[in-house]
Design a binder for this molecule. Structure first.
Ligand code: E4P
Length: 217
């Protein structure tokens, strides 16, 4: 499973990328606004930190304008993935981006029917929003299961990118459901390393080791 960071905080990204476990980055207009920085500058900087896919989202809502914005974003670096909303106009842009060899991430996916249309349009990634579906009273994870079944039934190449992740349990459930990738906020990424029994066990081992008076080196 590929693990992406959902962030525009370059300092945090550099720190977590140093783990060697970050496969890519996703951004969205909200995260760009939170950075307080020019979008093109932030995306270029992120692309210099990670070699994997970096999603940069268009702001336009009409196909032609999305195509113009997407081509500009794709020209920033070879690992830019153009993020497009799951609308009729957005999928029209995805069909053209696919013809042009530009990678796409279709975002704001909330149903299996939408995911089917994204795959037919040739999307590189589709982003089902798990947390927002849960917030809405639905079962976000069942959407991942349904999309996995549909994509496997028809051998679609579109990768399932579990998004709107809130907890480490979301990440593991998405992995069990067969998501190809998950995009994770930095705090949740850090929580993936942790378990209280690991801390407790390590304390005990260190204490017992100190009693031996030994040194390995
Ligand atoms: C995904 O690409 C989005 O940027 C992100 O996962 C949205 O998460 P949120 O619902 O926590 O805003």
């Amino acid at each position: 499973m590929q693990l992406f960071l959902d962030t525009t905080d370059v300092a945090v990204l550099k720190d977590l990328a140093a783990t060697g476990l970050v496969d890519g980055v996703t951004t969205n207009p909200t995260l760009i606004a939170q950075s307080g920085r020019p979008m093109l500058e932030v995306i270029a900087e992120i692309c210099g930190v990670v070699e994997g896919p970096v999603s940069a989202e268009v702001a336009a809502i009409e196909t032609e304008a999305m195509l113009a914005e997407g081509r500009k974003l794709a020209a920033i670096a070879p690992n830019v993935v153009v993020k497009v909303p799951l609308t009729r106009a957005g999928l029209g842009a995805v069909v053209e981006f696919t013809r042009e060899g530009i990678q796409t991430n279709v975002t704001l996916c909330f149903s299996a029917a939408q995911a089917l249309m994204a795959a037919k349009a040739g999307a590189t990634f589709v982003s089902p929003f798990i947390g927002r579906l849960d917030d809405h009273g639905a079962d976000g994870m069942s959407l991942i299961h349904d999309i996995r079944t549909i994509y496997d039934n028809y051998d679609f190449d579109t990768e399932i990118l579990a998004a709107s992740i809130r907890t480490s349990a979301h990440v593991t459930a998405a992995a069990i459901a067969g998501a190809d990738c998950a995009t994770i906020p930095p705090a949740t990424f850090l929580s993936l390393f942790k378990h209280p029994l690991t801390d407790k066990g390590l304390d005990q081992f260190l204490s017992d080791w100190a009693k031996t008076g030994q040194s390995i080196l």
